[in-house]
Write a protein that binds this ligand. Structure first.
Ligand SMILES: [Zn+2]
Length: 294
């Protein structure tokens, strides 16, 4: 039912031509940062093919540098940035596409999960979506205690299968990917103590810089949750930008530690993808969810 509704909205957007108007007029001086998690290569290939015909894919660094220089003149009109969150194991299948389309997406990775056989807490099979959403609202220690009790999950436990990219894959991807940190274990930072929060943010920067011998300048908040406290820690930790999950495009006026995003469904068909580039379905969805909460 939800999918049917989603596809009807997407079809209406595409038939009306709004997606073309938004792209050609609104997105002349705005940059869309697309957010993926674990798309399949066949789906992602269709998205890239479409983007290559109608948009220009640029790097996150290009946008952030332009913001600091207060100069958008080198940003092509209708620019998009591709970001992929978490560091899922199947992301390795996307590497040939990065090469084929000559793009350098940013992969925000959890630095204590990549390169290990540890699991992402939010991918534990035993939990339903609503349980997961409830866990996201608990203090960090309570969330971990609950996971231990109900699923025997522990952040540092070694599992027989892996969820994340391994070291060999990361090194193989490093030339075509801009790896940046997304905390160590993906807690909800706003529910962490200040010490935990610092460790997760600064620790992930140190981890990744050590692993790849590079300097990391960009961060993304797990689940998009942040407050002034997180912004201050990210800033003081030497990052130059941070991506949220606040829906929208970026201009010269966007604060660099609150970069906006255009969330894309990992399994979006081309019609839904084109519609999601307008951000209309995501905004409607968010509005409907806020109505349901009331
Ligand atoms: Zn994430």
């Amino acid at each position: 039912m939800r999918n049917l509704y989603k596809n009807i909205v997407a079809t209406l957007i595409c038939l009306s031509g709004i997606h073309v108007l938004i792209r050609e007029f609104l997105c002349r001086n705005r940059v869309a940062i697309l957010m993926y998690h674990d798309p399949e290569a066949t789906v992602f290939a269709k998205h890239l093919n479409y983007l290559s015909r109608h948009w220009t894919v640029i790097s996150l660094e290009t946008l952030v540098s332009a913001m600091y220089q207060k100069d958008f003149s080198r940003i092509p009109p209708k620019s998009v940035i591709i970001t992929i969150d978490d560091g899922h194991a199947d992301n390795i299948a996307l590497l040939p596409l990065f090469k084929q389309y000559h793009i350098q997406p940013t992969l925000f990775v959890c630095t204590q999960i990549i390169g290990t056989d540890r699991h992402f807490w939010f991918k534990i099979a035993e939990q339903s979506k609503s349980e997961r959403e409830k866990l996201k609202r608990l203090p960090n220690a309570d969330r971990l205690a609950h996971l231990k009790q109900t699923t025997d999950f522990e952040p540092e436990k070694i599992y027989p299968d892996r969820h994340a990219l391994n070291i060999v894959e990361i090194k193989e991807m490093a030339e075509n990917v801009d790896f940046q940190p997304h905390t160590q274990f993906h807690p909800i930072l706003t529910h962490c103590t200040e010490t935990e929060c610092r460790q997760e943010i600064i620790g992930s920067k140190t981890d990744l810089e050590r692993l790849l011998g590079i300097e990391c300048s960009h961060f993304s908040y797990p689940n998009g949750d942040y407050t002034e406290r997180e912004i201050e820690i990210v800033k003081a930790g030497g990052f130059r930008s941070a991506r949220t999950t606040d829906i929208g495009w970026n201009t010269l006026e966007t604060p660099p530690y609150q970069l906006k995003t255009v969330p894309i469904a990992d399994d979006a068909g081309l019609t839904l993808f084109r519609a999601q580039l307008t951000t209309i379905p995501q905004r409607v969805n968010k509005w409907l969810r806020s109505l349901l909460k009331k």
